[in-house]
Design a protein around this ligand. Structure first.
Ligand SMILES: NC(=O)c1ccc[n+]([C@@H]2O[C@H](COP(=O)([O-])OP(=O)(O)OC[C@H]3O[C@@H](n4cnc5c(N)ncnc54)[C@H](O)[C@@H]3O)[C@@H](O)[C@H]2O)c1
Length: 414
């Protein structure tokens, strides 16, 4: 552990706990009398939206609902929501749902505050003016979007999803009520939970970057640091201990609470440290297979860790000790290998496939995926072990069930 630099950016208020959804009307009322609620049809059907509308109206807040959030969040969906509610001129935007709904709320806040061309904001630190306040209420324990400075969207003109990263995208308030996740079916719980685990592990093993006094002003993601480490380790402990229980029994309140706390902490961790190879490689895989973000991440994570073990041995060993799977006198080399195996076992235990072919990744697409993974320069450069096209191909061959060894020892790295 190193304690020389730390950065956390977070919402002004994070409320956590069962029943905290009931704080929403009072919090929203402080922003004015008009709220726009961004959600999806499933959450409307579940009845939760009706309850929220009633509670908001009771405190004098008029609420309009946009329930057209689409998976993979196409940019057209953001403009459709913003255009439909521009005249309403909301004082606050509420995002309720999985990462797609939260990202929609964050992006609609940008458009309604005068950022008409989202494409001009792709990348980092490009938001120009103050944005409308956002209250983010996650209903999955996964993305951490309720606390992060990033929103991800699909743009038809581009092969891969794109991101807008700026501290202005951090919601003003996050309400993390684990009771909202009890309806998540096992596969959604597994896929979103392993996404959160990847956020925390990738934040903890990110490279250390130059962290002079201007770092936090010039870069959204500043690499591994003392504060992101603190959040990441907390997240990994919670998720490792409780993910399988939540998958097995969706009504296990303790597991649900631990997972939500873990995914929010993981969001705080990667919101400053950034993510790396598993995320870089999932983007082209998601574009190719149209499978859930967390599913590709879950399959890739152990293979990426296997590849990274030579460069991240000490960090992996610290994680292994923190989650109690090795004793204090186990060598770092052995502890790191034990962690990689434990993460692989967890992925299988929660019912995800071991192999990318199970989600339709064809072996002949490896060169294309490898090339496109490296387009996500910021993520690739944040990986503890240098990531080259050959390195990604090595990871992919192992993740495709090939005889390959994802340590990639035969690969020469820059
Ligand atoms: N902004 C960020 O920091 C960030 C980080 C990681 C991922 N993402 C993005 O988030 C998206 C993935 O989010 P996600 O994994 O939360 O899934 P999602 O938002 O795409 O939702 C997946 C499905 O789960 C359903 N669902 C949500 N909550 C439910 C509940 N409580 N019960 C039953 N069903 C429920 C939704 O209706 C939807 O059909 C991707 O677009 C990804 O790129 C954003």
């Amino acid at each position: 552990m190193q304690y020389d630099y730390g950065l956390t950016r977070s919402p002004g208020r994070i409320l956590f706990g069962a029943g905290q959804i009931n704080a929403l009307p009072h919090l929203a009322r402080d922003y004015g009398r008009k709220a726009l609620l961004c959600t999806d049809e499933r959450l409307v059907e579940s009845g939760i939206v009706a309850g929220i509308k009633t509670d908001l109206r009771r405190v004098g807040v008029e609420v309009r609902v946009f329930d057209g959030t689409e998976p993979e969040l196409p940019v057209s969906c953001v403009y459709a929501c913003a255009d439909a509610h521009r005249d309403f001129a909301p004082n606050v935007i509420i995002g309720l749902g999985g990462g797609s709904c939260l990202d929609l709320a964050k992006l609609v806040s940008l458009v309604l505050s005068g950022h008409d061309d989202l494409a001009a904001l792709y990348g980092e630190f490009k938001v120009e003016r103050p944005t409308l306040p956002v209250i983010a209420i996650p209903t999955t324990s996964g993305t951490g979007s309720e606390v992060t400075p990033v929103a991800v969207l699909g743009d038809k003109g581009r092969d891969l999803k794109v991101g807008i990263s700026d501290p202005a995208l951090i919601p003003d308030i996050a309400i993390c009520d684990p009771q909202l996740t009890t309806t998540c079916p096992p596969r959604l719980t597994a896929v979103s939970g392993i996404d959160a685990m990847a956020h925390a592990i990738e934040a903890y093993t990110a490279i250390r970057q130059d962290t002079g006094p201007r770092a936090a002003c010039e870069r959204v993601f500043v690499g591994k640091n003392a504060l992101s480490d603190h959040h990441a380790i907390g997240a990994i402990r919670l998720i490792y201990a409780h993910l399988a229980d939540a998958v097995d029994n969706g009504e296990d309140d303790t597991a649900r609470a631990a997972l939500m706390l873990g995914s929010t902490l993981a969001g705080l961790a990667f919101g400053s440290a950034g993510t790396s190879a598993a995320h870089a490689i999932q983007y082209p895989i998601g574009a190719l297979t149209h499978t859930a973000h967390g599913l590709g991440i879950g399959i890739l994570l152990p293979h990426v860790m296997h590849y990274n073990v030579v460069a991240a041995e000490d960090s992996f060993a610290e994680i292994a000790r923190a989650i109690g799977i090795v004793s204090s006198d186990t060598s770092n080399a052995e502890a790191a290998q034990t962690l990689v195996q434990a993460v692989q076992d967890l992925v299988i235990r929660i019912g995800l496939p071991r192999d990318l072919s199970a989600i339709g990744v064809p072996a002949d697409k490896v060169p294309w995926i490898a090339e496109r993974s490296l387009d996500a320069t910021r993520l690739a450069n944040n990986n503890p072990r240098p990531l080259t096209a050959k390195g990604v191909a090595t990871i992919l061959q192992a993740a495709l069930g090939g005889a390959g060894d994802s340590t990639g020892k035969e690969v020469t790295h820059a």
